[in-house]
Design a protein around this ligand. Structure first.
Ligand code: HEC
Length: 144
């Protein structure tokens, strides 16, 4: 392993694209404006470290396997063909992760999935606006 975990800041570099791409559906249970309870899709909460680390897909695949990006379901689903039922986010519902974001996420897992001091999103219900345009590839900066 040649990547140091401390090179990547989870909160600043990784969480933003989890928030924009995934949290719309994977936020904690809450009441909507009409007082109806909204549960996280599939039961998966991606706004806390605990939620990310304890989630397992329907076949028992852990969302994150530290050191093993290829076995981490949370990365796999973003790379499945866009028309696969298990591809997330579903097309048009939230911005797809770019190649650079997928690569950075893989590198972060490879380096041991270090969250630093981050435990949870302080505002898990706050929406990220999306204009429906996919981001351009290569827009994520790595900390060099
Ligand atoms: C529009 C809503 C929506 C968005 C956005 C979304 N998901 Fe999901 N996700 C779901 C639903 C619904 C399920 C449960 C699917 C099922 O069990 O059939 C699910 C299930 C999953 C699973 C479990 C797959 C398995 O093996 O069972 C993973 C992993 C996942 N999502 C990751 C993500 C990631 C990562 C993102 C962001 C890049 C994301 N999701 C964005 C709705 C969404």
């Amino acid at each position: 392993m040649n990547t140091q975990a401390e090179d990547i800041n989870f909160e600043k570099q990784i969480y933003p694209f989890i928030k924009s791409g995934c949290v719309k559906c994977h936020k904690p249970a809450h009441e909507d404006e009409r007082g109806r309870t909204r549960k996280p899709k599939g039961g998966f909460v991606l706004t806390t470290k605990e939620g990310i680390m304890t989630s397992e897909g329907e076949d028992g695949d852990k969302f994150i396997v530290p050191g093993k990006p290829d076995e981490s379901r949370m990365l796999q689903v973003t790379k499945l063909p866009i028309d696969d039922d298990m591809h997330f986010p579903p097309e048009g519902k939230a911005p797809q992760w770019t190649d650079a974001e997928q690569a950075l996420f893989a590198k972060w897992i490879e380096a041991g999935a270090d969250f630093g001091d981050w435990k949870e999103d302080p505002e898990p219900l706050a929406e990220v606006e999306w204009d429906g345009e996919e981001k351009e590839a290569g827009t994520v900066e790595t900390a060099e």
